[in-house]
Design a protein around this ligand. Structure first.
Ligand code: NZQ
Ligand code: ZN
Length: 381
């Protein structure tokens, strides 16, 4: 095991009625003015917005509305939110949505109490925030696990960059599977594939053998695959949605990462693909993973064989990779670049830029060259 410190700042309220439990217990701890932050309107259609608004008003809060946080949230949107928080003297931020809303709010929270630009502080001075306006997260689409960590993934459009910005953590998270009932089926599966990817990427990092975190990661992968298959039979299966919601949180709450290094090369490639195309995160990963794993299969044969056996019941590393590829097709997720919804045509020139600008991971099975990343991306065309 690598040396580690583990401490957990986010209290989780899980299950039916969790929002009422959480807001009644938690809101008295915070000041009067609450930023109610959400995305493009799904929470209004589903009734979640009205329910939360009533709970906040009952707790004696004044609400400042902040809407329109887009999928793949932009740096400009986070700055807009931070300005609003400062101008209106917001005491608490309630993020209501999927990973995009939660991530944007983590940065809003941290930026609102800083005197300097957070991106410059982190990327030019190498310093990270230590405080923020207190916040909570109500998850309406699961998969990223963003509600249980302080890292946000933000698109900085002017810099053609999508990547991590450390923000603030939510002091509590509400995970009520019923709140995900209205998520479109393809987003449900894309989110769940993101969870699977988080566990695979963590597991494939270089670490000592028989690390207990590996056992937990494999259990999360298995459970995610089983429950995605249950959803393929019945997308409204709430037991499956519940399992996936907790798998999602478990995969990104740091638990799987204790005492080990991680890979996350597929994520680095996908994030830059997102910077150029604005594609859906889980779907981008579905396209990239099989090609990336074909390239590194021989660099971690024992790990891939164990993955094959324990997640897909296959005997060999190659069999496991074929099963993963077939599973992506079975889920109806995209397998080629051309199937991704993109704001530009995905050409070899675009992929060259992605390969030239993505982060390269040193703690995966093998460090890739930019040329090889370009090859991997081209294999997905
Ligand atoms: O904007 P609205 O109208 O709310 O619609 C959203 C959005 O269009 C919709 N949605 C959410 N809840 C819904 C719903 N539709 C109907 N009913 C509901 N209950 O779902 C769409 C996608 O939402 P989004 O938040 O973008 O999806 P997701 O949760 O997959 O988040 C993706 C973002 O998280 C980042 C990704 O890069 C991407 O930017 N990630 C964050 C991570 C983290 N912080 O730990 C880790 C991940 O690896 C990932 O990079
Ligand atoms: Zn992800």
């Amino acid at each position: 095991m690598q040396k580690f410190v583990y401490s957990y700042p986010t209290k989780v309220y899980f299950g039916e009625g969790a929002a009422a439990d959480a807001l009644v217990r938690e809101m008295p701890k915070f000041g009067k003015t609450v930023l109610l932050a959400y995305g493009g309107g799904s929470v209004k259609k589903s009734g979640v917005y009205d329910e939360l608004k009533q709970l906040l008003l009952a707790a004696g809060k004044e609400i400042v509305d902040f809407s329109g946080i887009m999928p793949n949230p932009t740096y400009a949107k986070a700055q807009e939110g931070a300005r609003l928080v400062r101008d209106r003297g917001v005491d608490f931020i309630l993020a209501v949505g999927g990973g995009s809303v939660v991530d944007c709010c983590k940065v809003i929270s941290a930026q609102a109490v800083l005197d300097e630009d957070i991106w410059r502080m982190e990327y030019e001075r190498g310093q990270f925030p230590t405080s923020g306006v207190p916040m909570g997260a109500v998850v309406t689409a699961s998969g990223t696990g963003a509600e249980m960590n302080s890292g946000a993934v933000i698109t900085y459009e002017e810099k053609l960059w999508k990547g991590p910005i450390v923000g603030n953590s939510a002091s509590f998270a509400v995970l009520d599977p019923a709140y995900t009932a209205t998520v479109p089926p393809m987003q449900v599966l894309s989110g769940a594939f993101d969870t699977l990817s988080h566990a695979m990427e963590t597991y494939l990092g270089s670490s000592d053998a028989d690390n207990v975190s590996d056992d937990v990661a494999l259990a999360i992968m298995r459970n995610t695959v089983v429950n995605m298959r249950r959803l393929l039979k019945n997308i409204d299966d709430m037991q499956a949605r519940s399992n996936l919601m907790w798998d999602s949180a478990m995969a990104e709450n740091g638990m799987l990462k204790v005492g080990r290094l991680t890979d996350f090369q597929a994520h680095q490639i996908e994030h830059q693909l997102g910077a150029y195309t604005d594609c859906n995160h889980g779907q981008g990963l579905a396209v990239i993973h099989p090609a990336y794993y074909r390239h590194i299969l021989k660099d971690a044969p024992e790990k891939f064989t164990r993955f094959a056996r324990e997640v897909f019941g296959e005997e060999t590393a190659e069999g496991g990779l074929s099963a993963l590829t077939a599973f992506i097709e079975e889920c109806g997720l995209p397998t080629k670049m051309g199937q991704l919804k993109s704001k530009v045509e995905i050409t070899p020139e675009v992929l060259r830029k992605v390969a030239d600008t993505c982060n390269i991971i040193k703690s995966g099975p093998r460090e890739l060259s930019r040329e090889e990343i370009y090859e991997i991306l081209c294999e997905c065309l």
